[in-house]
Design a protein around this ligand. Structure first.
Ligand SMILES: Cc1cc2nc3c(=O)[nH]c(=O)nc-3n(C[C@H](O)[C@H](O)[C@H](O)COP(=O)(O)O)c2cc1C
Length: 348
């Protein structure tokens, strides 16, 4: 048992190390935002000083529609990282996710690496997290309720990661029964359920199936940012295959398609997957995101310049978004969401 705990913990450690030290970005595919441009409003009457980003994440008020994506837990390094990310989230008043809580189900050793988030972020929305491959194994959801209590989660995220399960040497590429499990989960737990990918994107068809199962949020986590195929292939050392390295639907494409479901369904659309600047975040909003989220760039910033670095990064992005709102004549994010972006090749 101890050996198994340490193996899982070692895997989490390798994920962190590769994310921080290796180039695990997509190589030939981008998130697609560079193909879009804003429509300049030369007669803008927006008062920059009046722009506010305050909004609600489900029931809780937050200062920015920005989520620190689910990342880590289950290894000793994770405790310090999660503690610091939580301080940044609490001070910025934004939601934050934990990494897969699977390890907390299997043993007590690294429980603090998860609970430390609630300890340091007592008021902001927290997102619990577990993979689809685990979910489908449960007959009862009592253990998910334990995970929710462990961090007093406000929402629970199920991550869909078929490519990672396929390439990871310890992976279980078996999601049989997923829709049924999701339907039961959304009925049985009291908090909203979100589904997210981890870098290969979610199509409108899949999003519709998820929403029909009772899910209240879709985080597209599209292609163009962190490649989880890259991380697992580098862990495997042999077997690096460029085709799978770049597998997936670009973030901008996912948003454009899933946004259309807003006509019929009431849900939170989260734009993520390679959101690495205020410009990309602004384009994600203009393509219909209610919230945006970012993972590896935030982690790298923490590594480079600590809690203040993370806070500055996120506030700088929203300063850029403000400038874009001024230049597009959008006095609220809702107005920006209604502005049509122009495909570059049509514009020029
Ligand atoms: C070190 C690290 C660990 C991650 N672990 C998880 C996880 O446990 N559960 C999850 O849903 N996503 C996990 N992710 C995926 C991110 O939440 C995100 O969806 C993905 O990295 C794409 O976003 P990015 O391009 O901003 O990095 C992890 C990401 C990183 C960088």
């Amino acid at each position: 048992m101890d050996k198994q705990i340490e193996k899982t913990s070692q895997r989490k450690k390798e994920h962190l190390e590769l994310s921080l030290k290796s180039d695990v970005s997509f190589k030939t595919k981008s998130n697609g935002f560079e193909f879009y441009d804003f429509v300049h409003d030369a007669a803008t009457e927006v008062d920059l000083s009046k722009i506010s980003f305050e909004t609600k994440f489900f029931k809780k008020k937050v200062n920015f529609p920005f989520i620190i994506s689910c990342m880590t837990g289950g290894t000793s390094e994770a405790e310090n990282i999660n503690a610091q990310l939580a301080v940044a989230a609490e001070e910025l008043k934004i939601p934050i996710g934990v990494g897969s809580q699977r390890q907390a189900l299997e043993n007590q050793k690294y429980k603090n690496s998860y609970s430390v988030i609630r300890k340091n972020a007592s008021t902001v929305p927290l997102l619990g997290n577990l993979g689809a491959a685990e979910l489908v194994k449960f007959k009862s959801f009592d253990s998910i309720k334990v995970l929710i209590d462990l961090i007093e989660a406000d929402v629970f995220v199920i991550h869909l990661n078929p490519l990672q399960e396929l390439l990871q040497k310890e992976g279980t590429p078996d999601f049989k029964g997923l829709l049924n499990s999701l339907k039961r989960l959304t009925r049985e737990i009291k908090i909203p359920v979100i589904v997210k990918e981890i870098g290969s994107g979610i199509s409108a068809k899949v999003a519709k199936r998820m929403l029909d199962s009772g899910v209240k949020g879709i985080d597209v986590a599209g292609a163009g940012g962190t490649s989880w195929a890259a991380i697992e292939m580098l862990r495997n050392k042999s077997n690096v295959n460029d085709y799978f390295w770049d597998w997936g639907l670009p973030t901008s494409f996912c948003l454009r398609e899933i946004k259309k479901l807003k006509k019929k369904y009431d849900f939170l659309l989260i734009g993520s997957g390679g959101i690495n600047s205020g410009i990309e975040a602004a384009k994600a909003f203009a393509l219909g995101s209610d919230f945006v989220a970012s993972a590896r760039t935030v982690l790298k910033q923490l590594d480079l310049s600590g809690v203040d670095g993370v806070k500055n990064l996120i506030t700088d992005w929203f300063e850029t978004i403000k400038k874009i709102m001024f230049l597009t004549g959008s006095n609220s994010l809702n107005k920006l969401r209604k502005k049509k972006l122009i495909r570059r090749e049509i514009l020029y």
